[in-house]
Design a binder for this molecule. Sequence first.
Ligand code: DCT
Ligand code: MG
Length: 423
Amino acid sequence: MHNMEDCSRFRLLDISWLTASMEVGRPVDPEKYHLVGGKHPAASSSQPVDASALGTAIVSQYACQRRTTLNNYNTKFTDAFEVLAENYELRGNDGPCLAFRRAASVLKFLPFTIVRVNDTEGLPWMRDQVKTIIEDIIEDGESSRVTAVLNNENYRSIKLFTSVFGVGLKTSEKWYRMGLRTLEEVKSNKDLKLTRMQRAGLLHYEDLLSYVSKEEADSASLFVKESVQKFSPSALVTLTGGFRRGKTTGHDVDFLITVPGSRQEEEVLHLVIDFWKKQGLLLYYDLIESTFEKTKLPSRKVDAFDHFQKCFIILKLHKGKVDHGSSIISVASAEEEKKDWKAIRVDLVVSPFEQYAFALLGWSGSRQFERDLRRYATHEKKMVLDNHALYDKTKKLFLNAASEEEIFAHLGLDYIEPWERNA
Ligand code: DCT
Ligand code: MG
C-alpha cells in the first residue's frame, strides 16, 4: 500500500468488500462494508466520501472494534512505542506504559503509513507525548528518547535478565543492584540461589531465545495432539496464542485442551506429563492445579490470570519432523549436528467443556485485544468478562456461550477473526 498524499478522498472498507466483489465479478456497493469502528478517511475504496462524514470519522478506542491483521504499516513508530512502554513497565509506571501500548495498537490497525503528524488526526489515544515521538521519528528518522532508553545500562541489563525464562522484574533488579551485568556473571556467581525454573531457563537459554518457528509449532501441535488423544481419544486440542492469530514465530506454543461430555479433563494432563517424563522429553515443567471456584464472579482485574489447570513446559522437540529449508547453507559443527532437538516453551491449558469458548477467546490474545475486550465489556456493557465466563451485572446472570462468535454477539460486537486480533 502506498502512502497517501490526500487521505481525505478515501475511506476504510472491510476486506469482505473485496471478496464480495470478486464473487460477483464487479465492485459491489461499499456502503455495507465499512470497517468495524466506523469510517476513517483513508483506504482502498475509490468512492469519494461526503466531507461532513469525515468530521465524525471514528476509529474505535477499543481494539475489539478494530480489525488488526499482521500487516503493520507503522513498525517504525510501533517499535519505538513498545520500547518506551516496556521501559515504563520496568519502572512500574503503568499509566504512560498503557498510553504507549494503546497508541501502538491503533497504529498497527491503520492500513497506511503515517507520513505527517496530521495523519493521526481523529485517531484515539494520540496524546501529546505520543505525537511528539511520531514527530521526532518523521523528522529525524528516530526518537532521541527511544535511543536514550535503548542505550541505558539499567534498561539493557533488566531486558537481558528478564529474557531468561523464570526471571522476573524483581530478580532482575536485585541482580542489577548486586552489580551483575551479564549472564556469564549470573551463572558464575556462587551466592545466587536460582530457582529450578531459572536454572532451566539458563541451561536452554540459546534455544529459547531463538523463537519458535511456524514449522516447529506445527510439529509440536501434531505431537501434543497425538499424546493427548492417546489417553483421551475424544479430547480437543486447539492451538491458541500468537500462532492461532497467524504469527509465523512465537516465544512459545500455546494449547487449549478440553474433553467434551466428561470430567476426564482433570486426569489427562497428568497422564500426558507422566508419559513425556518417562520418555525424557520434559526439560522443565510446572503443573498448576485448577483454582476455579464456581461461586466466584468473573474477576474484575483486567490483567488477572485465570484459574485453569495448566502446565508451563520446556519441551525437547525432536527435529526429525521439522523441515530445514536452509540446511544447505548452514554448515553445522560436528557437535551441533549431534543435537537433533530444540528446547521450546509450551503452555498447556485445560478447560472444562462449558468454558471452552471463553478459554479459547482469552488464550488467543493478543494481550492488548484481551485488555480492550474486558474494558469494553465493563464500560460499555456493564458486563464482566474473563477466561471462564461472561456475567451481565444488569440482569445479574451468567451468559453461556458455545463459541467465540456467541461471546462477541452477547457483547454486541461484530465478530473479529483470530488473525484480526493482532492489536
Ligand atoms: N494472555 C493474557 N493475559 C496474560 C497472559 C496471556 O490474556 N497475563 C493471553 C494473551 C495471549 C495468550 O494468552 C498467550 O500468551 P503469550 O504466549 O504470552 O502471547 P502470544 O500472543 O502467544 O505471543 P508469543 O508469540 O510471545 O507467544
Ligand atoms: Mg504464545
